[in-house]
Design a binder for this molecule. Structure first.
Ligand code: AMP
Length: 295
């Protein structure tokens, strides 16, 4: 496994692989890897000849009062995990190399970037789409795998790829959860043991919404109310947003129907966590991804 920090070297290596007719698969991450990240790598592995993983805590996607400085980092562990999964190249650039001064060019996807996480974290998606553009230009992947954990992000990247004619296929992988349902996240490390327990309200509120939908509830306000009730059981939980939206446009809905996403962001103490589920019609019934059908 190669570890490449130099941008030019990564670009030349990618060009070399392409010249040899090799397919490049790519998983961009901010490191501090967990099973969620590893699932993306395992999914990419059989779809490519060369698997590249980037580890880069991207400063431009953090707001001024966010956790850029304290974001967890452990490169040695990440390197070992990448090796175990069979990664070929870890791209590990510095922030100074990625953003030489003066840095003046950004990519912005309108509309989809302005709602939900974009409303709470102004500039966040501009940072994401900018760094993903740069990484695509450096790594030159044929296929890139993202997680549904960041549903809005995956939609914005798909839109950007379509709008800017990037020659890359975007694959979105399911959310990997802890045994009790909490979506895996590098930020879970911030939670105290009590907060870790309270953090389950995100998953519980989503499963509650799914249950109600399964029982026939379609009214968004009723579902929102039920989700809020579940979340209020955690004393240190503060809702940032709950969105019940069209899965393609992210427009708010008043009635749940096929292709609806229920997404939420909740602070547990000072840690902001996100989660979501996707509601689709199957055999004439609306079903989500979390609650399995009763036998
Ligand atoms: P991050 O390092 O948090 O920027 O995440 C890198 C990639 O891993 C993104 O595409 C995320 O959506 C994905 N990811 C993070 N957590 C999970 C998870 N629990 N399940 C699946 N994918 C995830």
């Amino acid at each position: 496994m190669k570890i490449v920090s130099d941008i030019r070297e990564m670009q030349q290596l990618a060009g070399h692989y392409r010249q040899q007719g090799k397919t490049i698969g790519f998983v961009p991450t901010m490191g501090y890897l967990h099973e969620g990240h590893l699932s993306l790598m395992r999914r990419a592995r059989p779809q490519c000849d060369i698997l590249v993983v980037s580890i880069f805590v991207n400063p431009t996607q953090f707001g001024p009062n966010e956790d850029f400085e304290r974001y967890p980092r452990d490169f040695d562990r990440d390197e070992r995990l990448c090796r175990e999964v069979g990664v070929d190249v870890v791209f590990y650039p510095t922030a100074d190399a990625m953003y030489p001064r003066p840095y003046l060019t950004y990519v912005h996807v309108e509309k989809l970037s302005e709602t939900m996480c974009g409303a709470s974290r102004p500039g966040h998606f501009r940072g994401v789409t900018t760094v993903v553009t740069k990484l695509f230009n450096i790594v030159q992947p044929h296929i890139a795998v993202f997680g549904q954990k960041d549903y809005q992000q995956s939609l914005i990247i798909r839109q950007m790829v379509r709008d800017l004619n990037f020659d890359v296929q975007i694959d979105v992988a399911p959310i990997v959860r802890e045994a009790d349902g909490l979506a895996m996240s590098s930020r879970n490390k911030y939670l105290s043991p009590e907060e870790r327990q309270q953090a389950l309200v995100l998953y519980r509120s989503l499963t509650r919404a799914e249950e109600l939908i399964r029982e026939g509830e379609r009214n968004v306000n009723t579902l929102l109310q039920a989700m809020k009730t579940v979340i209020s059981e955690a004393p240190d939980a503060r809702i940032d947003y709950i969105a019940i939206v069209d899965a393609e446009t992210l427009e708010p809905l008043s009635t749940v129907r096929h292709n609806t996403v229920i997404a939420l962001a909740v602070y547990i103490g000072t840690t902001r966590l996100i989660d979501n589920t996707w509601i689709r019609e199957k055999d004439g019934k609306l079903v989500g991804q979390l609650v399995s059908p009763r036998q």
